[in-house]
Design a protein around this ligand. Structure first.
Ligand code: ZN
Length: 114
């Protein structure tokens, strides 16, 4: 059982959150869990910047793995795997996957022409 307000989990038999005084629900709404999918991988920092501006313009939420990770986590983070270093991987939520891929297809075409 979960509290819809503070998201705390309680054992069976508890029907109300003692903190929030609201009735517990069986499961939290599914939109709490956003599935992210990889839509692009770029070894090229210039391309990475272009993709960011495209996704920003389209108001698509994304995150980049393999770039700025150390900055985000205050330099505490260490890479345990050498695979993928130097490659920026772009992830968007599953519902934005199609539109993001569509937008990034042009970028991919342009970079292949070089
Ligand atoms: Zn609560």
């Amino acid at each position: 059982m979960f509290c819809p307000k503070c998201k705390a989990e309680y054992i069976k038999g508890v029907t109300e959150c003692p903190e929030c005084k609201v009735p517990l629900i069986k499961r939290l709404p599914s939109e709490e869990f956003i599935e992210f999918v990889k839509v692009f991988e770029s070894p090229n920092p210039a391309l990475t910047a272009i993709i960011k501006s495209i996704l920003d313009d389209a108001k698509i939420k994304y995150f980049v793995k393999g770039e700025h990770m150390q900055g985000l986590f205050g330099g505490q983070m260490q890479f345990t795997s050498k695979a993928g270093i130097g490659n920026a991987e772009f992830f968007v939520s599953k519902e934005d996957e199609e539109i993001a891929k569509e937008l990034l297809r042009e970028v991919e075409d342009n970079s292949n022409q070089e």
